[in-house]
Design a protein around this ligand. Structure first.
Ligand SMILES: O=P(O)(O)OC[C@H]1O[C@@H](O)[C@H](O)[C@@H](O)[C@@H]1O
Length: 233
């Protein structure tokens, strides 16, 4: 393995990237909406249009743009509780994840999580996946004012790692997350857990599209980042 001499970072979105769990979030949102007499939240629309956004922003998007912050937080808590109860036995690492993280760490690449989840869900998922030890920074929606598609989560992660945004690669499954990376000046690896391969064709900052981490080489990915810069010169 040829080690990079400059400092680079990989920033991992959590839900839908470290684990294939976004459909479980979608099912919990559908149940929450139904409990409030609102039949018909389309889980596919949630996944395509709002995956990765803060819970209160999902409620503003589908339910009521003027919902109070207090009510939005309360409903998000209810949905997240339901999600945790229903998902505990189903949260598994994506294939090849641990090996990829180990190899990236050994190559000297700084590693962080940048998630739209709040503190409790972040702790829950990273704990079940046994991945906390790999990350030098973990940034969630509770650490920033604006969630995805704003760039704040990824910029904060880069700042904590001390790496320039242009030298960070974000791993994302959600379109609002890929937009957040683009607004942060970062390239992406897109995962096909939540959206189809085709839906990423419009995203100019996507370097690679992958189904899981099995075939991915961390140093090869940095080379791909360099190639993409040369292509755009
Ligand atoms: O940014 P990530 O890790 O994909 O976060 C996904 C988040 O997506 C949001 O839409 C959900 O409401 C959250 O509950 C979920 O955690």
């Amino acid at each position: 393995m040829i080690l990079p001499t400059k400092k680079y970072a990989f920033i991992f979105d959590m839900d839908g990237v470290l684990t294939d769990n976004m459909k479980l979030h979608a099912a919990s949102w559908v149940e929450l909406f139904r409990d409030y007499g609102l039949e018909g939240l389309d889980p596919e629309r949630y996944l395509v249009e709002t995956a990765g956004m803060k819970g209160p922003d999902v409620l503003r998007y589908f339910l009521d743009p003027d919902i109070s912050s207090q009510e939005a937080e309360r409903l998000t808590e209810l949905k997240d509780f339901l999600y945790r109860v229903n998902s505990r036995s189903l949260i598994k690492p994506l294939s090849g994840l641990h090996t990829f993280l180990e190899h990236a760490g050994m190559a000297g690449i700084a590693l962080a999580v940048g998630t739209g989840s709040g503190a409790k869900n972040t702790d829950y998922v990273l704990g079940l996946l046994e991945t906390k030890r790999f990350f030098q920074a973990i940034v969630g929606s509770h650490h920033v004012k604006e969630g995805k598609p704003a760039p704040d989560i990824f910029l904060r992660a880069a700042e904590l790692l001390g790496v320039e945004p242009a030298d960070c690669i974000v791993f994302e499954d959600a379109l609002p997350g890929i937009e957040a990376a683009s607004r942060a000046g970062m390239s992406c690896v897109a995962l096909t857990t939540t959206n189809s391969r085709d839906s990423f064709s419009v995203c100019s900052n996507v370097l690679e599209i992958i189904d899981d981490f099995m075939q991915l080489d961390p140093v090869g990915l940095l080379e791909r980042l360099h190639e993409s810069r040369t292509e755009t010169l």
